[in-house]
Write a protein that binds this ligand. Sequence first.
Ligand code: ADP
Ligand code: ZN
Ligand code: ZN
Length: 803
Amino acid sequence: MAIARVIVDVPAQQTDRPFDYKIPEKWEGLVQPGIRVNVPFGPRQVQGFVVEITDKSDFKKLKSITSLLDVTPVLTKELLSLGFWLTDTTLSFAISTFQAMLPAALRAKYEKQISLINEQHLDHLHPSVQPLFKSSALIDWGDVEDSDVVKQIRDDIQKGFLEVIYTVKDKARPKYIRCVEILASLEEIAVYIDKLPDSRQSHKLILEFLQSSKEPIAVKDIEANLKISPSAIKTLVKKGLLIEKQVEHYRNPFENQQFEKTVPLALTNEQRKVLDTILLDVNKNQHNVFLLYGVTGSGKTEVYLQTIDSALRNGKEAIVLVPEISLTPQMVKRFKGRFGSQVAVLHSGLSVGEKYDEWRKIQRKEVKVVVGARSAIFAPFENIGVIIIDEEHETSYKQEDHPRYHARDVAIHRASVHQCPVILGSATPMLESFARAQKGVYTLLSLTKRVHEQAMPAVNVVDMRDELRSGNRSMFSTLLYEKLKDRLEKQQQTVLLLNKRGYSSFIMCRDCGLVINCPYCDISLTYHKRDKALKCHYCGYSENEPAICPQCGSNHIRYFGTGTQKVEEELGKVLPEARVIRMDVDTTSRKGAHEKLLSQFANGKADVLLGTQMIAKGLDFPNVTLVGVLSADTTLHIPDFRSSEKTFQLLTQVSGRAGRDKLPGEVVIQSYTPEHYSIQLASEHNYDEFYQQEMQIRKLHQYPPFYYVALIIVTSPELMKAVDVTEKITTFMRSQLTDEAIVLGPVACMVPRINNRYRYQCMIKYKKQPNLYTSLKRIIDHYQATSSNELTIAVDVNPFMLL
Ligand code: ADP
Ligand code: ZN
Ligand code: ZN
């Protein structure tokens, strides 16, 4: 008997193992590891992944697979085993991992329906429920809106008149387009055209139009091109001259864009040396991890492009990861320009359908290169020649939800299977990565100069306390103002960064000092000027801006902190002639808005590009000669051991936007703590010294890269429960680990309450703990068995966000 072992879509501890199902005879041979199936699970149908075919089972009575969802596996053998590895190393469920590896369209959609168990029960139903089942014994749960009726339905379910059933729907739908092509012979058509009356000349147009094409043409294109009515085509189909076809069509977000073909540039000496080193391994199919440490504008991307070119020539494929935020049209253009239609692009701006189509191009081997954000690391290529991670220090490469994986770890794992190199590129490598390169775990490659040997921009750090003392209360220092004005006169462009992290715009009463907090989370509400509302960024709670202080009744209640809108207004006051493009979450929330604003700036439609972190990276505008940072310190004050590193990275990245072409660049950094080493060293472009100093601090405080960190977060609506359980966990972990581990807890999390749940944590710092994973797994297992809304336990190994 053929048996399939299936991981079912029920993410829970008890179901986190393969279940055995009989393969009906008609599907033997079709069912293979890596395909999706529907299977019965308890009273319902669920989706699952076949992970193994076998002929033995420990269970006697097996249920059968209900249906097959794929003909070709959606997970290759390699990806299946990668999935299990990830499940182990991130302590998540196999089903969550497999789903994270695939485009959302392949995830099952369950529809809850209610069915009348037996005709005779109709009369017994509650009077308000009865009418619903008069015409059909099956209704969609989603159609029932009235909450009283919902209650009655629950009652009738309890009484055994109704039952809930789940149906699985596959969301993966290729898009088809109605096309036509010629069916009749040349002679038949000639005869037909000859006999056409004057009133039907449109038929002639259509036939001639189609004769000129070898492929079927979309009906809507014919209609648009020839300006004819739909009925004419229908008539021709009826007469047997044309035939209708449904042709699959990829939803292509770049359909209307032309990419100018580019050719490899003649490399600088530094680039040449770096490329040659990488190519040795590419050509020998040798696994290696390179850390490409290259200053901003040193031409890292050109090195990536030429490496990929070689991999493709060897008949291999390439994966390129870029941070979501820098997956701009500029970036896409560089890859599509070089490799044309061999490139698939995967990023979150695409619709579910578009992503699915891009993914299928990869699966069908119609493309050779994928450029995408984090999850593109799971591209189902089978012959990878190189994996590139640009801006490797970016935190967005770590997924903050199950499975909590880091794309770098996945890249290195896949590359070792495919025997190919990984390139990690950055102007400000993560401390951990640079330390690994120092130790020889990674191979360090450097690009120390900008491509045309342009000087790094000159950086001025302005002490904002001095500005205040000398009477300047505006948000622009005198220096920044003068330079802004100078650029306006010279018709050069400026990038202005508002370093906005954390909770910078809140409402405070000036009389009693009350700060308005979220009623459910211990965090201040953020002021949103556009809808005059206060919103909680953790739970989504929202309330109207109060007119008076809810505590003392004073009307001196006002908004503190700075938003981009505020900066724009201020700028308008001091430099009314400046044309400003503002980029923040508000102006870029609509699809395509991000790209539109950037291309306006590129085309010189504005003098100043003002924005938050999203403008700091990857942009390459030749006319930008000034970068201003309004508030360098904000990232410094986040209680996170990486805050200095993040500040240094941000300042370096944004400074790198200035003077990338012929014109020299300048930077003004405004700060209230200008003496801080991360600001000083960023202003000197001195990564090496920053690395040395920061390493000393990390060593002193026992943080990465000297120690690994694992974090266990316990949440509960009851404070005592959260503390109590965290206490137990801490004690347990101490008993399991060796003395070398530092187990800290229980302590309140940085945000001690979110959404009315108290949050406590146990932090473990360690170097080598053979028992760590099994102990963490035991905690998860133990609390999963009893878990409920009362208690959640989350484990994050190598956390990036310490909330
Ligand atoms: P990075 O990614 O290191 O910041 P880029 O790859 O964006 O740098 O390169 C900066 C600029 O220099 C780009 O406009 C790029 O087209 C150009 N460039 C890169 N390499 C060369 C080269 N060998 N010759 C001429 N121009 C180059
Ligand atoms: Zn007050
Ligand atoms: Zn909240």
